[in-house]
Write a protein that binds this ligand. Structure first.
Ligand SMILES: [Zn+2]
Length: 512
């Protein structure tokens, strides 16, 4: 790999605290083989290294590459025919998904992520039909797409070994259905044949195969409490320690999940997984909307992270996470775009604005998100939830050369007051069409709207052509089943939660 001098109008190297970032005017850095070796001003570094190739015109803001802390799929559920619904009903609508070419599907969302400055993604995969001999090659296709386009991935295959459709045993759910739906429902369950042992075997194979790569890491994902048996929680907790890899677990996304934990263990979901020694800096909880105050204290005490999936929580009516309280307690937080953001795409610049604004409760105290806080969440906060850890998220000597050049004119023309803090301009005004260049591991993977390694138009055409084929028999059956199931699933959850018992901890109206 080559050595590059990256120059900027101003470089934001890192977050200092929730009100301050470190900036270098006329900032520049040298990267050598994917690692930052010098940081300073362009004037000083270009004088010292006059012959190095230069990236950047001096009219851009240079920031660390962003981390999408929670991602699943390429084409969005809406694109595939699943409308936004309350999470537990939305699971039913997701049955209609097409049989996708996973390589092209993964590229599709990677184009959107990189185009908004994301250089690392936490890809939480799941729901692949078949046994390990079919699933593992498909998992490797997802990784191949990220390797081809050049971004970093932390890949996990989500473990689900029970309660795969509703918060009830699969057999009991089939038996509860009218006779005409029992066979198609059973066929749906039978499609997914990865048991706990297969999942753990696949993790071990993939860890062995990819773990030493610079842009690929493999980690673990207990899919959610209701999806994991006690044996699965035990196996995952032990594997995380044995392999020293992080875990990412959906938890307490909805009030129904909170109630599920009470029914299963007579405790909160956090208290339940604590019995399996899962809490700690190596665990990230996805969503965490229905954490209570003592849960949050326990996360803070153990160093457990939370990935805040703000758009998703709005779209699937999950609720508003207590982000302000996480911050007060010092819980490390990341930002996850989950299936898709509010514009039905994967735009980190947009999502940072949403996170900034969704938690602006009435009052005058310093307890709402600040721009440095949101910036930290999208950089070091996210990186800490992946196996890359402290190696990513700041522009400092010794760190990975993952960075983004954002067009200053796009943010500031025709006028921007001189006293507007630079980071405010970036978080509030930067748009993906102002992303001039994205570097990952020292390599430019996107520049002036062009992906340097993959032909975007060709890949999108191939994806379009592939999905132009007629629906297969199983796709048709799943479509019909999904529609027929909805009333039964609604019935299953009717009265599941007693609203008086599960008040959200965070209620904006209670704060004034
Ligand atoms: Zn998710």
């Amino acid at each position: 790999m080559a050595t590059t001098l990256v120059r900027s109008k101003t470089m934001i190297t890192k977050t200092v605290d929730r009100h301050t970032v470190e900036e270098i005017a006329d900032g520049a850095l040298i990267q050598e083989d994917g690692v930052i070796t010098e940081v300073g001003t362009y004037e000083a570094l270009s004088a010292k290294h006059p012959t190095l190739p230069v990236l950047g015109s001096g009219r851009e803001v240079l920031v660390p590459g962003f981390v999408n802390g929670h991602h699943h799929v390429g084409l969005t559920p809406v694109q595939l025919g699943s409308p936004d619904m309350p999470l537990e009903l939305w699971f039913i609508t997701r049955m209609v998904t097409r049989n996708l070419n996973l390589y092209l599907d993964t590229l599709y969302s990677a184009f959107e992520m990189i185009g908004s400055g994301i250089t690392t993604v936490q890809h939480i995969h799941g729901w692949l039909p078949g046994k390990i001999d079919l699933v593992e090659p498909l998992a490797n296709e997802v990784i191949r797409a990220y390797e081809d386009i050049g971004m970093r991935v932390s890949y996990s295959f989500a473990v689900r070994d029970q309660n795969r459709m509703v918060y009830q045993d699969d057999k009991a759910f089939v038996a509860s259905l009218p006779p005409e739906l029992q066979a198609p429902m059973q066929r749906w369950y039978d499609r997914f044949q990865m048991g706990l042992e297969d999942c753990m075997d696949m993790f071990a194979h993939m860890h062995g195969r990819h773990q030493n790569k610079r842009r690929v890491k493999i980690q673990l994902a207990p899919a959610n409490l209701h999806w994991c048996s006690d044996s699965a929680l035990t196996a995952l907790s032990e594997a995380s320690k044995k392999y020293e890899v992080p875990m990412h677990m959906h938890l307490l996304e909805t009030a129904l999940q909170k109630e599920y934990a009470w029914r299963r263990g007579g405790c909160t979901a956090v208290e339940y997984i604590d019995r399996f020694d899962m809490l700690g800096p190596k665990l990230t909880l996805g969503h965490g909307v229905w954490l209570n105050e003592s849960d949050i204290d326990r996360l803070a005490e153990t160093g457990t992270c939370v990935c805040h999936n703000c758009s998703s929580n709005f779209r699937l009516r999950s609720g508003l996470a207590a982000l302000n309280h996480f911050e007060i307690k010092g819980v490390n937080t990341a930002i996850g775009l989950d299936e898709a953001g509010i514009n039905d795409d994967r735009d980190m610049l947009q999502e940072m604005r949403l996170v900034l604004r969704a938690h602006r409760v009435p009052g005058m105290d310093d307890d709402v998100p600040t721009t440095p806080q949101v910036f930290r969440m999208a950089t070091t906060g996210g990186a800490k939830t992946t196996p890359y850890g402290d190696f990513l998220g700041t522009l400092e000597v010794g760190k990975g050369a993952d960075l983004v050049l954002l067009d200053w004119e796009q943010m500031s023309y025709p006028y921007l007051d001189r006293e507007t803090p630079l980071l405010d301009a970036v978080i509030q005004r930067a748009k993906s069409d102002g992303v001039r260049a994205v570097m990952c591991d020292g390599e430019v993977i996107y520049r002036d709207g062009v992906f340097t390694r993959v032909d975007r138009d060709g890949a999108l055409k191939a994806l379009h052509d592939d999905l132009s084929r007629a629906l297969s028999d199983d796709e048709v059956e799943r479509r019909n089943l999904s529609k027929a199931l909805l009333p039964h699933v609604k019935k299953f959850y009717r009265g599941y939660v007693d609203p008086a018992k599960h008040q959200p901890f965070y209620r904006p109206s209670s704060r004034v």
